[in-house]
Write a protein that binds this ligand. Structure first.
Ligand SMILES: [Zn+2]
Length: 530
């Protein structure tokens, strides 16, 4: 069904992104019609022309569709600790083994925090987005919502809701399922929650103050500070608007915070053995999504592109062993990649020649970025290992060979390259942007929409199959294939280990130079990961 729609979509994307690209996007190799899929599956794609001819955006989309279907069948996401992630692992393993890779599952500990629930039952039925406060208690409470000294009328400042024990006087918390509705403002969240618990509440909802734009969205935080004791009742957050709805007369609600539980996760580690030992080329992409959505750009795009390259390169006998990784629990703090690297002894670290990272390579409002090995755009917060500059140069040369402008992406520590560079392993990779807003200057260079995030659906439910740029995915999958083939034959430019020349002649031009438009980093914020 989708391919037809897909071809229509492809044409639209080209139109919107400015015709300037059209002529240079098509790699010389593909000038001749792409060989039939069957031919590709059985062919040894050991030249650039061959591998770029067989790596197609259709092939990548096949995997993206599979991830979308997995999310659809598993509560809308593929987050760590969920059945959506497990099914994603199964899909990747099956695909790799069918292509002839040897696959291992690398287990690491993980604590799954079930998403909390905040549901209004009366006078209106609604489920609100919520989050837990650090230090919360656990349990499920269904009962009356009792507003505590809240201020709904503007300017809503000051608000001292729940700051004094006297706020609870005259309110009936004698029942067994009373939910205190408290508004942000003036005193610490912990003080408010402890006062409510002391007054007899069985659960607490803290909603945002609503006095400014920035203090209106969903609020969560910590209950520690003046208060040093974890609560024994569930405490969840809400936006001002949802708090206002919950304050309606006769309001009842359900609040649920489940105990975190241990759910060990796995990284998928796949190898294609090389002629030599001890000079392993690694490439990785995180396979998990956030709990809010299916993660088709973040990071179905990197996972799918790497899977397509793995399929098309599977018959090559590389000089250097190729080791690809699909990481788990990246969204929870790079947990999978950190555990993997921490599990390597010195010999295991020393045999890794380099690491390539692909996290969000098809943002709908993309700009093309390369991790900034030479720190020309961003001084990195950690030491960037020698050799990383040469990896940056490779990708920059690749874009230059296609006439595509590119820019620097910060080694901000927000994706799975971090544990590698912290252990002295040269790294690099590609990124097309997340929550940062595209500037008019960038829109003039890369097309798309100024004033809009590179990925408007970053970490949201709308990060679906409709949230990817086929153009960016096509170009970046080619870049990944070219890089992997290059280093499969030789990493000499990166670590001095002499290798072989890739068969065929493929000369990359010198990098044209970054555009210099990425100011404060292309990285993400909030919980510190991409
Ligand atoms: Zn990501």
């Amino acid at each position: 069904m989708f391919p037809a729609q897909q071809s229509r979509r492809a044409s639209t994307v080209l139109a919107t992104a400015g015709l300037a690209f059209a002529s240079v996007l098509v790699p010389a190799a593909a000038a001749t019609a792409a060989p039939a899929a069957t031919a590709c599956d059985s062919r040894t794609n050991n030249t650039y022309d061959k591998v770029l001819g067989c790596v197609t955006v259709d092939g990548v989309l096949e995997h993206e569709e599979a991830f979308q279907a997995i999310a659809d069948a598993n509560g809308g996401n593929r987050a760590a600790g969920t059945t959506g992630y497990t099914a994603s692992v199964d899909y990747v393993v099956e695909t790799l083994e069918a292509a002839g890779w040897s696959v291992e599952l690398d287990e690491f500990p993980f604590t799954f925090v079930p998403p909390p629930l905040l549901e209004q039952l009366m006078p209106t039925q609604a489920t609100y987005s919520t989050g837990v406060f650090t230090g919360t208690g656990y349990g499920e409470v269904t009962g009356n919502v009792i507003p505590v000294d809240i201020v709904l009328a503007p300017p809503r400042d000051p608000v001292t809701s729940g700051c004094e024990a006297s706020d609870f006087v005259g309110l009936d918390f004698s029942g067994t399922a009373d939910i205190a509705l408290i508004q942000r403002g003036t005193c610490e969240f912990g003080v408010k929650a402890i006062n409510a618990q002391t007054a007899g509440a069985e659960a607490v909802i803290i909603f945002n103050q609503g006095n400014t734009e920035l203090r209106s969205g969903l609020v969560t935080g910590t209950l520690f500070g003046i208060n040093q004791t974890p609560l024994s009742i569930p405490v969840v957050g809400a936006s001002f608007a949802d708090g206002e709805a919950l304050a309606a007369a006769g309001s009842t609600a359900r609040v649920r915070v489940d105990l975190p539980e241990s759910r060990p996760q796995v990284n998928v580690i796949a190898e294609l053995a090389g002629r030599t030992d001890g000079n392993v080329v690694m490439a990785g992409a995180h396979l998990d999504s956030v709990q809010a959505g299916p993660g088709i750009n973040d990071n179905g795009s990197g996972s799918s592109a790497l899977l397509e390259v793995a399929q098309q390169i599977a018959k090559v006998k590389p000089e250097n062993t190729l080791r690809f990784a699909w990481w788990g629990a990246e969204e929870s703090g790079l947990l999978g990649s950190r555990a993997y690297v921490a599990g390597l002894d010195q010999a295991g670290l020393d045999e890794i020649a380099l690491y390539l990272n692909f996290d969000m390579v098809a943002s709908p409002n993309y700009i093309f970025m390369v991790y900034d090995g030479d720190e020309s755009g961003f001084p990195a917060p950690v030491v960037v290992p020698e050799g990383s500059v040469q990896i940056e140069d490779f990708f920059e040369s690749f874009y230059t060979s296609r006439g595509i402008p590119y820019d620097d992406a910060e080694f901000s520590g927000r994706s799975d390259y971090q544990a590698f560079i912290q252990n002295g392993i040269p790294a690099g990779g590609l990124f097309t942007g997340a929550e940062v807003v595209k500037s008019p200057e960038q829109a003039a260079i890369w097309g798309g929409t100024a004033g809009q995030q590179y990925d408007p659906c970053y970490h949201l439910a709308c990060d679906t199959i409709d949230n990817i740029s086929l153009e960016a995915l096509d170009v970046n999958t080619d870049a990944i294939a070219a890089a992997v083939l290059t280093y499969a034959y030789s990493t000499e430019t990166v670590n001095g280990v002499v290798g072989q020349q890739v068969p065929g002649n493929f000369v990359l031009p010198a990098p044209a130079g970054p555009q210099g438009t990425t100011g404060s980093g292309g990285g993400d914020e909030v919980d510190g990961v991409e």
